[in-house]
Every structure is written in C-alpha cells, then in structure tokens.
Design a protein around this ligand. Structure first.
Ligand code: DUC
Ligand code: ZN
Ligand code: ZN
Length: 476
C-alpha cells in the first residue's frame, strides 16, 4: 500500500459522506487512494492529530470577473476571487458566464473561459446566464454548450435582465432536452418595481429602504411560480438564495408534490438580518444584496429547512463591489438604494462561518457541515470527482483546527473588495491547510497557488435528471 504514495495525512478525524473515520488518508497522483488504513511510507507526511480532515469546499454560486445587472464590473478577477476562496477552504467554484444583450452564447462562454483560464487558482465550472434568447442560433448553441459539459443555466425573473414566462418556458424546455439544471434568481419584478417606485416617490432611498423595496412576497410568488414551471415540464430547478420562511415552505410543498426542485441559502441570510442595512449615510450599502437579509424568524426557518433537507446547500453568492466610486458608490456619495450595486463578498468566509455554527456550536455536526458545503453542491451540479472524501476522488482536502478562534477584521480578506462584511464576528474552527488535487494551496495563511492552475470541470451528466414525464398537455 505504501508504494507510490505521495502524501499521507496522519491521525485526523476524516469526514466522509458516510461518517467520520479516524486514521490516515493517503493520496497519490492527485487522488485519494485510501482512508483509515495506517500508512508508514510516503513522499510527504502531515500530522492532523486533533484536527478534522474535511473535503475541500464547493461553492456553487459566486460572481467572478462579471458585469452586474446594472452594467458595472465587479471587483474581483479570477485570480483575486479564487485566492480568497482557497484561503477560506474552498477548492471548487461555479461562477457565471453571463450573456450580454445581443451576444451569442458561444462567445459568452469563450469570454469567461479565457478569463478563468488566465487567472483561476482553484477548479471551476460555469453556470451560463441567459438574458437574451433572441440572438441567432440561441437554441443550437445552448444545446451544444450543454453537451460540451456546461450543465447548469441561470435565469432571472427580475433585475432588468429577466426573461418573461414564455422565454422561461423555452429555456426550461431546452435544458430538459439537452440535460441541464436550471438555476433561478426568483423574485417577482412587478412587485419590486411597484415597491421601489413608492419608496423613491416618498424620498425613502437610504440603504435601509432597500429591504422594504424587495417585499418578501416578491420571493414567495416567484419561487412558487418557478416550482410550478419545474413541475409542469419535469425540469430540475435550483432556487437560488432563499431568504424567507415562506420561500422555504414553498419549496418544501413543491418537493412534497414531487416537483424536481432544490434550493440553496447563503450565510448572509442565516447569520444577518435586515438590521445590517440600518447604518448612517451610505454605510449600509456594504451589506446590500438581493434578496435582502430578513428577520430573525426567517433565520430560524432557514436553519430548520437546511436540517430537513428542503434547502440542500449553502453557497456564498459572492458578489464583490468595493465601497468606492468603482463599486457601491459609482452613482456618487448621495446615491439612492436603487443606484447601488447589490452583493457582498463571501467566498472566503462561507466555510468558517458555517463550521463555527454547525461543527463548533453543534448545529448539525461535521458530516452535516460537509454535506451542505461540499457533498451536496458537487452532487447536484454534476462535479463527479469533487466534494467528498472517498477513494478515487480528487484529493481536495482541508485540515481544520477546531480549536482556533479568529475575530474577523476590516482588511483581512484576500479578495479585492476592501471591506469585510463580517468584521467583528468571531469564529472557532479554522482552515489551516488546503490541498487541491494533492498539492498544498494554502498552509497556515501562506498561499502557494499560481494563476491559471485551476482546471475547468467537465460535467458529462447530472444527478438531477428528469424522472417522469412532463405534465404538459401538448406532447413535445
Ligand atoms: N444578488 C444577486 O442575485 N446576485 C448578486 C448579488 C446579489 O445581491
Ligand atoms: Zn441572484
Ligand atoms: Zn448571485
């Protein structure tokens, strides 16, 4: 067994999808080759005594080197974002290849592939964001890109880049025919537009008013409608960033009906409420995101939904904008909430925040933590060699020190955002050693990645496939 072993991580508590195994983890040629068997000879040895050996994090929702719905470039390149992710224990990411109006899907994916090939330092895949279904060759290009391994698509129901119901049905059908998962930012645009206009008319444009401008009913209505679309076509759908108790309940009811729907939430909904927006001047803009943070009762409901499996996973929705004229303050120091880019950084903080709550404080334990941050995202998005510690899988490993406590400061993240929305928050449990495909990427805060070393992840098939015939009245 010792022949040809590159690396052994000794004496850790190894968290696998089927439970915790105490002992050695062996790696050769970038893959895991044994778990739990004592190994004495290898090229490199690491002790993980007293530590937890976890799968590298899989963050399936991050905006990287991307233009926002408001036409602003975000703050991160693939280089800065993936360095930040790796230091926080994430070794795979799914970001977006976002179509511009009039742009072909082939060109869209080529643009983002070029950026990621140049800069990415962890492994990556893309959701193709569809905003213009009228471009020539849309359906043919989409089918070809899905067949080439881009097995998830993203659509909006708001944000000035929404598709109407007819276009949504068209792309759901394309996804079904070619075998892709539909991801949806689901908020009702008319409800938001009306609420926004009323607030602006009343002169209420502070960041705190952003929460009121996106009524919870906007999420509830759109989530319910998207669940019905999923059910009608028997097309698997992932509902992004569920923020409300009723949104989670709508997903559960749809799942109980047998609709092929899955859903995620994010740390800023689990750990923050709308109070974060209530600061003087434009300071609250740092925490503005859509949907907005909600109420304590929503947080409780989201945790329950995570434990029950209604929500399958926790992503960061990393959407980086600096608090200056290049980002949040692009419309000036007196901007209204409607002129401020939405989003906050989260790639680096997602795992420590979740570890602190689920492992350290015991809200689920190590296996549940690995499930919602690594196993489920890899499984649901078709990342076959990622997200779990098992023989044959890529050796993407994070060694966690469960006793180390860190209090976040203002300037301690490695993205290009320049502020930390979690400043002042303390976490116990820290990723000390991060390994990607058998090679150390970060150890004790020292980063060893190089731009372009991340690999694109082909997704030949999905686990989330249609299971029965659609409820359509008209045959396709
Ligand atoms: N909301 C999104 O839907 N995407 C990026 C940032 C945000 O706040
Ligand atoms: Zn969104
Ligand atoms: Zn997003």
């Amino acid at each position: 067994m010792s022949h040809g072993v590159d690396l052994v991580i000794h004496d850790g508590q190894v968290v696998t999808p089927s439970g915790i195994v105490e002992g050695d983890l062996a790696i050769a040629d970038g893959r895991i080759i044994s778990i739990g068997c004592p190994i004495s000879q290898a090229k490199t040895h690491i002790s993980a005594k007293g530590k937890l050996v976890m799968p590298g994090g899989v963050d399936p929702h991050a905006h990287i080197e991307q233009m926002s719905g408001m036409g602003q470039w975000n703050a991160d390149t693939f280089e800065t974002a993936t360095k930040s992710a790796a230091i926080g224990g994430t070794t795979s990411v799914i970001s977006f290849a976002a179509q511009n109006n009039g742009q072909s899907l082939t060109d869209t994916v080529a643009d983002y592939s070029a950026r990621a090939t140049r800069g990415a330092m962890i492994d990556y895949a893309f959701h193709i964001t569809l905003t213009d279904t009228t471009v020539p060759s849309f359906e043919r290009d989409l089918a070809a890109l899905i067949a080439a391994g881009h097995r998830s698509l993203k659509v909006f129901t708001t944000y000035n880049i929404q598709l109407d119901d007819a276009a949504l049905l068209k792309v759901f059908q394309c996804a079904r025919d070619a075998g892709a998962l539909m991801c949806v930012h689901a908020e009702n645009d008319a409800i938001i537009t009306q609420a926004k206009e009323r607030l602006i008319g009343a002169g209420r444009t502070a960041p705190r008013d952003h929460a009121t401008s996106r009524p919870r009913m906007a999420e509830i209505e759109a989530v319910e409608r998207m669940c019905r679309f999923a059910e009608y076509l028997d097309q698997p759908v992932m509902l992004f960033h569920i923020s409300t108790r009723e949104g989670a309940a709508a997903v559960r009811v749809a799942q109980e009906r047998g609709a092929p729907v899955w859903a995620e939430t994010c740390p800023h909904y689990l750990f923050m409420t709308e109070e974060v927006l209530d600061k003087s001047g434009l300071e609250g803009a740092k925490w503005m995101c859509s949907p907005p943070q909600r109420k304590p009762a929503d947080q409780e409901a989201l945790w329950q939904a995570l434990h029950q499996g209604t929500l399958s996973l926790v992503s960061s929705d990393h959407a980086p904008y600096r608090f200056d004229e290049t980002g949040k303050l692009a419309a000036g120091p007196k901007a209204g909430f409607h002129q401020i880019a939405n989003g906050l950084p989260g790639l680096e903080t997602r795992l420590p925040l979740m570890f602190n709550e689920m492992v350290t404080k015991g809200r689920g334990g190590p296996k549940a933590f690995a499930e919602v941050t690594s196993h489920a995202p890899a499984r649901l998005y078709g990342l076959e060699r990622k997200g779990g510690i098992a023989e044959g899988m890529d050796a993407d490993i994070v060694i966690w020190n469960p006793d180390k406590t860190v209090t976040y400061g203002a300037q301690d993240l490695h993205d290009n955002v320049g502020y930390n929305p979690w400043e002042g928050t303390s976490v116990t449990g820290w990723p000390e050693h991060v390994i990607l495909r058998g090679t150390t990427l970060m150890q004790d805060g020292k980063f060893f990645g190089s731009p372009g070393s991340g690999q694109w992840l082909d997704r030949p098939q999905l686990a989330t496939r249609p299971t029965h015939s659609p409820k359509q009245a008209v045959p396709t």
